[in-house]
Design a protein around this ligand. Structure first.
Ligand code: PLP
Length: 698
């Protein structure tokens, strides 16, 4: 099995083996409660004291406080609460306090969210003020100088989680000191631990939260530093643990593990040197440049932690990049971990003024200081593999023309889609309803495979087809066209059912007929199939393309085996059949099994395959994911690759076959479920989806 390469260290890290042993020891041999006064408790207390003493030395805590807690989000709450309670008390005493809660524009969301929450809860009504950063991600110190005098609390981070950009803490401190600002100052040190040297009590910093899981300790343990003399209010009251600063029985296994990590940092014999980490990043960057032409790095390497890369690739979305890396078992993230499911533009990159395509398409690749040479070398090889897979799929430019793909291709954007009808044998294709967002994707796809585009047609008149026609250049070969983009010199007139006739063009061995709909010619539909003389027999497999599958013209020519391919596909159905619109089918549809009945988990799949050895396993991930995958299909079996975007072209074949069982799979189970539902709607009774996808199919 191919091992995964984990390059998402800024989201979390694995636990250091020695830390894991310490955690197990704290749950086994040394399970005591440090508050107990018997020997079992005293042993636990000794471990707790040792971990704290190490943290105190390592971070330069001096006379300040250092308490263990559940992580940085808690540390941020405690800091904000402490500062705001003190401000409220000062206000109550009649002191003048600043009216601004200043925070860096690229702070982790925990900071502005906590500020807003406690400001509201405590009724302070101070103003949240976002401090801008420059193009390199550095805080705007000139603006800080302007507001420092009115600031009640200033929150900045030591290093950013998305870009690794290291803040100029000395510069910020100088501004605070020079302006005589009375503001409290919190510095989120989560990404700095183990990567930057900290001597906290030698600075003006009042609060510094840390998190264990970003540096090889488990999740759910962290620390908070509070400067000697800085106001402090406990967030959690109870049994008085942590000297009354943070009640609740301590997370001893977490603290034991964190203690081991801190001790390793102090000894300096476990983690890679700064220089080694710089070299690792340079090697990854070189591989990325070679594999992904046009790549743009969004973080200035000389101002960022050596463990973080953040990049975008023209023409590729973060979803596509994530998918291809994931297929190659390289774990990276899109923007920050919290927003990666949404693939929304990154607010961090937005704040740096990065153009939208880069901010929405950004990938973060980050590694921890335990990473070794072999992992970096393996990562570089996989990056190369990803580049080759994307080139073969024409998603990035290649010097040599790719082998032409054949059949139907659906390219969707939020419920609308374009169709490409590709005939590899004749090297010709037709585009139906080109979406503006897809212009460059379609043009580079056509160029890369050296297709001749016979027509760019629309289901509506005068839609914007010109931008695609321009982008296609010499690959577009139609002469005069009507308002739907249909070539005036259509080659043939086909006879359709009911005596209707339609102009048609040849697309290799098939023909494409143009059907004027009866709604005052306001729309068109197109019918693709294999002609028999001047007829398009209803008994053959045909595909009807229209804006909506209920178009009269489409209904008139639809036979049971015609697949309806809408260019509006809000429900992600890919294709339906005319049967769908009959009363009988509506009843049948109501009887479709529920999604859970269409799913097989890996154990059920094994049993299913035993019972049904003729099952066809189909990988519906896109071709570049399939090509980047090093491992075979689930359970080591060979699978067919039929990307979801090409499902329609294949569906009729599966329907014709003797309904052999089909099991679709993908990365996580979403796309395979869509394919399964599509086939079920079309009347296939034995289509299933592998639930949880390859991610769970060990
Ligand atoms: N601050 C920064 C910069 C982070 O990267 C994170 C984690 O993503 C946090 C705060 C929150 O830390 P925790 O997961 O320990 O609550």
């Amino acid at each position: 099995m191919t091992t995964e390469i984990y390059l998402d260290g800024n989201a979390t890290t694995a636990v250091l083996p020695a830390a894991m042993s310490a955690a197990i020891d704290a749950m086994g041999q040394r399970f005591g409660n440090p508050s107990s006064t018997h020997a079992t408790g005293l042993k636990a207390k000794a471990m707790l004291d040792q971990a704290r003493a190490c943290a105190v030395r390592l971070l330069g805590v001096g006379d300040g406080r250092l308490m263990f807690n559940s992580g940085a989000t808690e540390g941020i709450q405690t800091s904000v609460l402490s500062a705001l309670v003190a401000l409220r008390e000062r206000q109550a005493r009649g002191e003048v306090i600043g009216n601004l809660l200043v925070y860096g524009a690229t702070e982790h969301k925990a900071v502005p969210e906590s500020l807003a929450h406690w400001n509201r809860l405590l009724g302070l009504n101070l103003t949240l003020h976002k401090l801008p950063v420059d193009a390199s991600g550095a805080h705007d110190l000139a603006l800080l100088r302007q507001v420092a005098g009115s600031a009640a609390l200033i929150c900045t981070m030591a290093a950013n989680n998305e870009t690794g950009v290291v803040s100029d803490l000395d510069g910020i401190e100088a501004v605070i000191m020079q302006t005589g600002s009375a503001a409290y100052w919190m510095v989120d040190c989560v990404q700095a631990l183990g990567k930057l040297t900290l001597d906290l009590s030698a600075t003006r910093i009042d609060y510094a939260p840390f998190s264990g899981h970003k540096l090889y300790a488990p999740k759910g343990v962290g620390m908070l530093y509070v400067r000697a003399g800085a106001p402090f209010t406990p967030l959690i009251m109870g049994g008085g643990q942590e000297s009354g600063q943070r009640s609740g029985t301590e997370n001893m296994s977490g603290i034991a593990a964190l203690g081991v990590v801190l001790a390793a940092l102090e000894r300096g014999d476990t983690f890679r040197s700064h220089d080694a980490l710089w070299r690792f990043r340079a090697r990854l960057a070189d591989s990325l440049r070679a594999a992904l032409p046009g790549i743009v790095f969004n973080n200035p390497f000389d101002k960022a932690l050596p463990t973080t890369l953040n990049f975008s690739v023209p023409g590729l979305s973060s979803r596509e990049l994530m998918d291809v890396f994931d297929a190659a078992q390289v774990r990276v993230s899109a923007g920050s971990a919290c927003s990666s499911a949404k693939a929304a533009p990154s607010y961090v990159l937005d704040a740096m003024g990065v153009p939208l395509w880069r901010s929405a398409g950004a990938i973060r690749m980050s590694f921890g200081p335990l990473t070794d040479e072999a992992t970096i070398a393996a990562a570089c090889a996989r990056i190369e593999r990803c580049g080759a897979a994307l080139r073969a799929s024409c998603l990035i430019a290649s010097e040599s023309a790719a082998v032409p793909h054949d059949g139907l291709l659906q390219l969707g954007v939020e419920g609308a889609c374009s169709w490409l009808l590709l005939d590899a044998a004749s090297g010709s294709c037709v585009v139906i309803d080109p979406l503006p967002e897809m212009t460059s994707r379609i043009a580079s796809y056509v160029r890369c495979q050296n297709y001749r585009v016979l027509a760019v047609v629309g289901t509506a008149p005068d839609a914007d087809r010109n931008s695609l026609v321009d982008a296609l250049g010499e690959h577009y070969v139609a002469d005069a066209v009507d308002e739907f983009g249909w070539p005036a010199a259509a080659l043939a007139v086909l006879a359709l059912e009911g005596g209707a006739a339609a102009p048609a063009i040849a697309l290799g061995a098939q023909v494409l007929a143009s059907l004027a709909t009866d709604a005052g010619k306001a729309s068109r539909a197109y019918l693709l199939g294999a002609a028999d003389g001047n007829r398009l027999p209803a008994a053959s497999v045909r595909f009807a393309f229209s804006a909506g599958s209920r178009d009269e013209a489409v209904r008139a020519v639809s036979a049971p085996r015609t697949l309806l391919c809408p260019t509006r596909d809000v429900q992600n159905q890919f294709c339906t059949s005319m049967m769908r619109h009959s009363a009988a089918t509506l009843t049948a549809e109501a009887q479709l099994p529920t999604p859970s009945d269409l799913q097989l988990d890996s154990a059920a799949l094994e049993a299913f395959l035993q019972a049904n050895p003729d099952t066809v396993l189909i990988d519906v991930r896109e071709a570049y994911e399939f090509a980047a995958t090093a491992a075979p299909g689930p359970g080591g079996r060979v699978a067919h690759s039929v990307p979801l975007s090409r499902l329609t072209g294949q569906a009729s074949g599966w329907l014709q076959e003797d309904q052999r069982p089909l099991v679709f799979f993908c990365r996580s189970g979403n796309r395979s479920m869509k394919a399964t539902q599509c086939l079920r709607r079309l009347g296939h009774h034995r289509a299933y989806s592998l639930s949880g996808g390859l991610a769970l199919a060990a």
